[in-house]
Design a protein around this ligand. Structure first.
Ligand code: EPZ
Length: 421
């Protein structure tokens, strides 16, 4: 398996262009199942999770064209099957979001239920309860969710937690249900808003996305669309933290400051200069960071997907900080590896207590999920000596050519291909 090798200690400097948002693109690509017409999506990031989604769509019988440059065309006119197999869902949980669109358009669907994952148990009960409220009969059998409905009907759904996936899933289904659906305590993430924009451009009637009550008035059919996804706020945040940790000066072209306010606030508190403009964000850091406390929260709070990266930054900050993770119950797997690099972090319940150290030292490390892996890359950039991050496939699920982008900013980083034999 490939590894990423980093010789730490270089200041990141220059400009990086932010790709399209993975977590916006995945549900938007699946929304193409709601119409027989052709959909063209732009600014789709070339990450492995997108490729997995396109494989799923092709497997279902949709016509998929990927120009390799961020433009994807999908036409789900006639489908070959209404089933997403275990093999695909187990590699990527977001494929579960195919269930609702297949059901809404074809009256039945069968999708493998995702199991637990490295960051937590991640159940799908809110998705299934919501589908039932919309009139679907759902049975869980042999590891699959089997859903059927002659006619879905609008309903009032109140989520116990503002789940991003459940909000997106139910919003998609409700576009083709009869009557009005309201989703209360809805997730407000920019990716939810982007999906709502895509659905509206396909002819859906959705209002309130970005607020905690979303209303969807069902229509009888959706049509094709040309749509461009938002820039990836988590990729942008990752580069911002990388710049902060290396005393860098980096301009993030395309990053939307409006989507990153909680992160910008924390970086400023830590002593980093952040300049916002309509085309991007500039991050300028000088010297050691100050410790700050962070608590992950649903949007607009601090994103759980940047918790690991912020923790790496705090490992080298001046003082003691507490990072609380309130979204996922097991998202501190990076801590043990950071401690192997010389960090001083203790876990107490859902909080990490971090005492900043003067230096981290490079080491061979690995992680079990995407953001934990990138946190180790950031630690490697700021560490003394060589860090070798294995299980690079986690990084490729969510970052486009991360080593090339960091190298262009002056990092000493390269991908080492597995040698055969
Ligand atoms: C999305 O996952 C993102 N994935 C995650 O990105 C992100 O970490 C997460 O939202 C939170 O922001 C995609 O968009 C593809 P949730 P999702 O449903 O939708 C509980 C990354 O690194 N819950 O908001 O699965 C759940 O267990 C990742 O890119 C239920 O209890 O997240 C969790 O504790 C990983 N029942 C909390 O809600 C349900 O039915 C938040 O999950 C659904 C969720």
């Amino acid at each position: 398996m490939d590894t990423i090798q980093i010789r730490g200690g270089r200041r990141l400097k220059g400009e990086v262009t932010i790709d399209g948002a993975k977590n916006a693109a995945l549900p938007i690509l699946l929304a193409s199942l709601l119409t027989p017409e052709r959909c063209t999506f732009r600014n789709v990031p070339r990450v492995v999770d997108v490729r997995t989604t396109l494989r799923l769509l092709a497997d279902l019988g949709a016509r998929v064209e990927d120009d390799g440059n961020g433009v994807v065309r999908i036409q789900a006119e006639r489908l070959a099957r209404l089933e997403a197999p275990y093999a695909l869902v187990k590699t990527m949980r977001a494929s579960f979001l195919a269930l609702g669109p297949l059901l809404a358009r074809h009256g039945r669907a069968r999708v493998s239920t995702p199991g637990g994952c490295a960051i937590g148990s991640r159940p799908v009960n809110l998705h299934l309860d919501g589908l039932q409220k919309l009139g679907a009969r759902v049975r869980l059998l042999h590891g699959y969710a089997d859903a059927e409905a002659e006619q879905l009907r609008g309903a009032r759904i109140s989520l116990d937690f503002p789940s991003v996936g459940a909000t997106e899933h139910l919003m998609m289904v409700a576009t083709l249900a009869e009557g009005t659906t309201t989703i209360e305590n809805a997730a407000r993430e920019p990716e939810v808003v982007d999906l709502a924009r895509a659905l509206a451009a396909m002819g859906a009637r959705v209002t309130g996305a970005g607020e905690d009550i979303i209303s969807i008035e069902g229509v009888s059919a959706l049509h094709g669309v040309e749509f461009s996804t938002i820039p990836d706020r988590i990729e942008a945040g990752t580069f911002m933290i990388a710049a902060a940790m290396t005393g860098g000066d980096v301009y993030l072209r395309g990053a939307r400051a409006g989507h990153l306010q909680a992160v910008i606030l924390k970086l400023r508190e830590a002593g980093v200069e952040v300049r916002e403009d309509p085309e991007g964000i500039r991050v300028i850091a000088n010297g050691r960071l100050r410790s700050v406390d962070v608590k992950t929260m649903p949007y607009p709070g601090f994103p759980t997907d940047l918790q690991a990266q912020m923790l790496a930054a705090m490992a080298l900050a001046d003082g003691r900080s507490v990072i609380s993770e309130t979204i996922f119950e097991n998202r501190f797997m990076h801590v043990l590896e950071l401690n192997r690099m010389g960090a001083d972090v203790k876990i107490e319940g859902n909080a990490a207590i971090i005492r900043g150290v003067a230096v981290l030292s490079g080491a061979p490390v690995m992680a079990t999920d995407l953001r934990a892996s990138v946190c180790l890359v950031l630690a490697g950039l700021a560490a003394e000596g060589v860090t070798e991050v294995s299980r690079v496939y986690h990084l490729d699920r969510g970052y486009v050519r991360i080593e090339e982008k960091l190298s262009a900013l002056g990092a000493d980083i390269r991908r080492v291909k597995e040698s055969k034999g």
